[in-house]
Design a protein around this ligand. Structure first.
Ligand SMILES: [Zn+2]
Length: 143
């Protein structure tokens, strides 16, 4: 895909061919990993939780921000062009985090909302590791 490409009506087949070409070049497993890392980083950045190491890992993986935005926009258009499998839909809901996280992989971060009272600490879910804020379930307890 040329970096400055703009979608035009009737370009569906061309865009789908570029996606297939890119997926073939990257290998599907790496494409899935990159998409999951992108989703995780976007969640962390939106929540203001992205660490410097995560930002650097993201920039290394996606060095051209303009091209990434363009590719994301075109990829979102394909949802209306091509069918998405249940597996793809499920995979798209599982973000991954690249780089050291403030939660250390636990899914929870302690936050102090009152600088005048450092003992007032609350747990906040990590946007990347625990985007839905699910509480851990004790082992052996089933709903
Ligand atoms: Zn985390």
């Amino acid at each position: 895909m040329p970096t400055g490409y703009r979608f035009r009506r009737g370009d569906d087949a061309t865009v789908l061919a570029w996606i297939i070409q890119g997926a073939t070049r990257m290998d599907l497993s790496e494409l899935y990993r990159s998409a999951a890392f992108l989703y995780g980083f976007q969640l962390l950045r939106l929540a203001g939780m992205a660490t410097g190491e995560q930002t650097r890992a993201h920039q290394l993986r996606f060095p051209n921000a303009a091209r990434l935005r363009r590719a994301e926009g075109l990829a979102s258009l394909t949802v209306g062009i091509a069918e998405m499998s249940d597996a793809a839909r499920e995979r798209g809901l599982r973000p991954q985090v690249e780089g050291t996280c403030a939660c250390a992989g636990t899914g929870w971060v302690e936050v102090c909302y009152d600088p005048g009272d450092p003992t007032s600490v609350a747990s906040e879910n990590c946007a990347g590791h625990n985007p839905n804020g699910h509480m851990p379930t004790p082992v052996g307890v089933f709903a």
